[in-house]
Design a protein around this ligand. Structure first.
Ligand SMILES: C[S@@+](CC[C@H](N)C(=O)[O-])C[C@H]1O[C@@H](n2cnc3c(N)ncnc32)[C@H](O)[C@@H]1O
Length: 940
């Protein structure tokens, strides 16, 4: 059944960019065009002021506001009003009107735009040719506004229809901008004749001839295409080929594998894509390459054409090839050219000897009739060269940008973080070349890293590289010669970056006490495992503690690790050693590598002037100690290290004294290590081999099996420790609870967990990453382990239960109360027993039972405090000494105010729902609130 053709309804036009725009909250799918253009040319990131002409509904404005730095000025104008967009100023106006210009002036005040965008399209629907012309006029109008508002060096991005005016517009752009490039972003539909022209680096001439911006002149006076196409020249190119760039046509033949878009627009009068040429025309025509690149088919319809097929050179291959030129490869084209030559000879047509440049067009393209293999090769070479030149230019542009950033950083205008972020963004957006990309370039050559050039330039011309050079001749300048050189430059640049990062940190630590404290904490954490050695070393050496702390075990071992590492990098590290080195030690060494690198790089920076490529050990790790002293110290450290009971009984180590107390201490320390830090510690224990490498001891390498068992034991301990922690505290994180619940409910199995362990994060080797990157990543990267609602609910419930528990003081009071009650009961029981044992005979059994019940009742309850009666000292009681009349028991003389206050307090407590803890109530629990002056009026 034939496949149903997709309807050309509006729905049929809803492609992935439409849905993407919807998903990402862009107002139009056009937004992606700007995203992709910016990805390629990177013009938004550094722009401070942007004008978007024909901006409705605002997709481009959204992109600009997203990519431009905060506090940038973004102005959008369109015929139709634009719904407000954060950070953007918009107004409705026709861009052809003076009002629009005035409005822009008012909005921008004295600002100049870094970028002017134009994605305007007239209301299409009339004749295509008319639409195209209106579009071209709109483009010219937007250019007019651009030249008025653009800052020197600014960019202008515009949409152009591929029509006959295209070349004229390009010519004008080229007069006003230093770099002009036409491109069609992937999000622009292929069926659409639109193309985007990115004009970079505005020349900002002091005076612009108004003719440049006048449609009358631009579209009528300049007709380079006509000339290029051969009108008025002796070339006499077929009218069917008008509008097809000769360069493009040639490229179709020389690089047929490259799919070219039709950028030159449709030629006048020919609105079909399919074009055929007769065999006779092909053979007799002047520019075979252009013809092959332009036409789809060579036909053999007329008798003259058919006669050519009778020639012995016209084999089946040629016939088939002529049927569809668009599917041919280079070899097929070559064969067709050969066949054409044979036919020309057969027809007695003279082959032109040398190629005559047809006409210098504004684009300085040359059309050369190519009739021989050599010429074809020459053309191929030319194209390749052109491609390379383009690449170099692009590289240079990036280098310059990079150099600017580096300079800014040096001037403390930005932080390394900014650069990282920008680069990260660029990478996310799929920028044309990644900062860290060392992959191969198109010609199979490794891509030169832009920053390498930068840094080289910087050095050679003392920072002049920050000025942007647009001279195309420059691009043939320096190139990266060899991998070795590239590697060296890369190292140097990294060294610079690290040095700068170090400076930045110093700067921060000078300024920020918090940062200092953090650094200290981090350092202490690192030092933890070596604290023991440091102490011992201090003791053994008899050095004072200050000295020991300044040159601690950590530093020493780090530098030693460094030395091993350097040895390794210089491949002096013997193969044997490497083989003996267990995997864990390798990992440790790798971790140490990262730290060492910083030292290495700053040292590299210092010795930048030296062109010597070798990483000299002494230049990387410098020590103030003499070699002998260092060796002696290292021996002592090693001795202490091998004091560990683990090494007991090892041949060759028996001589080492073992101090049991110290061992115990070390073990205790170990057991106190935080649960969280256990894994790290396990990783960072120093290896025998490392220590061995620097000590005088000769250690017999451990058997592999022993090794394993040892690590297993450690693993068990870690697990036991973790289990103990969990038993004691329960699962403390939502992730852990989620996991536990999933395991219990069999939603996850053990193998799931093992499989999950094979993630890219777990196997990423970070040893080669620079410090600034690792620091930043440590700050911002968080593993995203999913948690469930149930887990959160369980944790919350537990926390609630914890919160509901009484505070310590209350718990103690309660316990005290209980204890006192028990004491009272014990006392009462004792008394009851005495009563029972009473043999007096005065007490009847009944009396005894009565008094025992009374005693036990009393013992069970707290003795009630006798109520103190408050007696107001007024009337006859005023000034009374002794017991007032009619009052029995304890009493207290008070004045009327106190009684009132107590009543008021009772009322307040009742209202607040407070319980009165004593008969008198009051703010202080257990004590009646006695107004001032009544504390001492004691009862009698
Ligand atoms: C393709 S849309 C622009 C889409 C826009 N870039 C976006 O991302 O949302 C073309 C716009 O050009 C506008 N336009 C056409 N002629 C104009 C003129 N003379 N003045 C101002 N705007 C114009 C139209 O109103 C239309 O909104």
């Amino acid at each position: 059944m034939p496949k149903k053709r997709e309807k050309k309804t509006a729905k049929g036009r809803l492609d992935k960019f439409y849905w993407l725009a919807k998903e990402q909250g862009f107002r139009s799918r056009a937004a992606f065009k700007l995203v992709q253009l910016n990805k390629k040319f990177n013009f938004l990131e550094n722009a401070r002021c942007c004008i978007d002409l024909c901006a409705a509904p605002g997709g481009w404005l959204q992109v600009a506001s997203k990519h431009m730095p905060p506090n940038s000025l973004i102005v959008g104008v369109d015929l139709v009003p634009i719904k407000p967009i954060p950070r953007c100023i918009t107004f409705a106006e026709d861009i052809n009107s003076f009002k629009c210009r005035d409005e822009l002036r008012t909005t921008l005040k004295d600002w100049k735009a870094d970028i002017v965008l134009h994605d305007g399209a007239p209301n299409v629907g009339t004749a295509w040719v008319q639409d195209a012309y209106t579009q071209s006029e709109l483009v010219l109008q937007s250019l007019k506004l651009a030249v008025e508002f653009l800052a020197p060096g600014g960019h202008f991005v515009t949409k152009v229809f591929r029509s006959k005016d295209y070349n004229n517009l390009m010519w004008v752009f080229n007069q006003l901008f230093r770099r002009v490039e036409a491109t069609k972003p992937p999000s622009s539909r292929n069926v659409s004749a639109e193309i985007f022209v990115v004009c970079q680096d505005f020349k900002a001439p002091r005076r612009i001839d108004p003719k440049f911006l006048d449609p009358q002149h631009v579209f009528k006076d300049l007709e380079p295409l006509k000339e290029a196409a051969g009108e008025g020249t002796s070339g006499g190119i077929d009218p069917a080929m008008k509008g097809t760039s000769a360069l493009n046509a040639h490229a179709n033949v020389f690089e047929p594998e490259k799919k070219r878009r039709k950028r030159d627009g449709y030629e006048e009068g020919n609105y079909t894509q399919f074009k055929a040429i007769t065999a006779q025309d092909f053979v007799r025509g002047p520019d075979a390459v252009s013809m092959l690149g332009t036409y789809n088919q060579i036909t053999f319809k007329t008798p003259e054409d058919k006669a050519l097929l009778d020639h012995h050179e016209s084999n089946e291959d040629i016939r088939v090839n002529c049927e569809d030129l668009k599917v041919l490869g280079r070899k097929d084209f070559r064969n067709l050219m050969k066949w054409r030559l044979a036919m020309r000879e057969h027809l007695g047509i003279e082959t032109p000897k040398a190629a005559q440049p047809v006409q210098e067009t504004v684009e300085t393209e040359e059309l050369e009739p190519m009739d021989s293999d050599e010429e074809m090769d020459a053309e191929l070479e030319r194209l390749t060269e052109e491609e390379q030149r383009k690449l170099r230019k692009e590289r240079r542009r990036r280098n310059e940008a990079r150099a600017k950033k580096v300079l800014k950083m040096q001037l403390q205008m930005t932080t390394p973080m900014d650069i990282g972020m920008e680069q990260g963004d660029a990478a996310l957006q799929g920028g044309s070349e990644d900062f860290f990309d060392l992959g191969n370039g198109p010609q199979g050559k490794p891509k030169a890293k832009p920053q390498l050039d930068v840094e080289d330039d910087e050095e050679s011309d003392g920072g002049e590289s920050t000025t942007i050079s647009n001279n195309e001749d420059d691009e043939d300048g320096e190139e990266l010669d060899s991998d070795e050189e590239r590697e060296r430059r890369l190292r140097r640049l990294e060294g610079d970056m690290d040095g700068m990062y170090e400076e930045y940190r110093n700067h921060l630590s000078d300024r920020d006490a918090k940062f200092r404290a953090k650094e200290e904490r981090r350092k202490n954490k690192d030092l933890e495992e070596w604290g023991g050695i440091q102490e011992n070393k201090g003791d053994d050496d008899g050095e004072d503690s200050d000295a020991a702390s300044s040159v601690g075990g950590y530093d020493v071992v780090q530098s030693r690790k460094g030395r091993i590492d350097v040895d390794d990098s210089d491949s002096d590290f013997s193969d044997d050693d490497e083989q003996e080195e267990p995997a864990a030690d390798k990992a440790r060494r790798a971790a140490a590598k990262g730290k060492l690198r910083a030292v290495e790089r700053s040292a590299a920076k210092r010795s930048r002037a030296e062109e010597d490529d070798d990483l000299d050990e002494s230049s990387l790790v410098t020590t103030l100690e003499s070699k002998k002293a260092a060796e002696a110290r290292q021996s002592k450290e090693a001795a202490i290290w091998f004091d560990n009971p683990l090494f007991k009984g090892m041949p060759g180590l028996d001589g080492a004294d073992v101090d049991d107390d110290e061992d115990e201490e070390e073990q205790e320390d170990d057991s106190e290590v935080d649960q969280d830090e256990e894994d790290e510690d396990e990783d960072e224990e120093p290896s025998d081999e490392e220590e061995d490498a620097a000590s005088d001891f000769e250690v017999v390498p451990r058997e592999k099996d022993d090794d394993d068992s040892e690590w297993h034991v450690t693993d068990l301990d870690v697990d036991a420790e973790k289990q103990r922690f969990i038993d004691e505290h329960g699962l403390t994180t939502a992730e852990a609870v989620t996991l536990a619940q999933q395991l219990v409910n069999r939603e996850r199995t053990k193998s799931d967990l093992i499989n999950a362990g094979f993630s890219k994060q777990n196997f990423t080797d970070k040893s080669d990453l620079p410090d600034w990157f690792l620091d930043d990543e440590g700050k911002h990267w968080k593993a995203n382990i999913p948690i469930t609602k149930e887990a959160m609910a369980a944790l919350r419930a537990r926390q609630k239960a914890l919160d509901a528990r009484p505070i310590k003081k209350v718990a103690e009071a309660k316990a005290r109360k209980k204890y006192k009650a028990a004491q009272r009961m014990a006392k009462a029981q004792k008394k009851a027993e005495d009563v029972l044992a009473n043999e007096d005979g005065e007490m009847t059994q009944r009396d005894k039972a009565k008094s025992i019940t009374k005693l036990l009742q009393k013992g069970g309850s707290k003795a009630k405090r006798k109520e103190t009666q408050l007696v107001v000292a007024k009337g006859p009681n005023r000034g009374l000494k002794g017991r007032p009349k009619g009052v029995k028991g304890r009493f207290k003389m008070v004045d009327g105010r106190m009684k009132k206050e107590l009543r008021a307090q009772k009322r307040i407590d009742k209202r607040d729902g407070k319980k009165r803890s004593s008969g008198h109530g009051g703010r202080t629990k257990g004590k009646p609130r006695v107004p001032n002056g009544y504390g001492g009026g004691g009862g009698r």
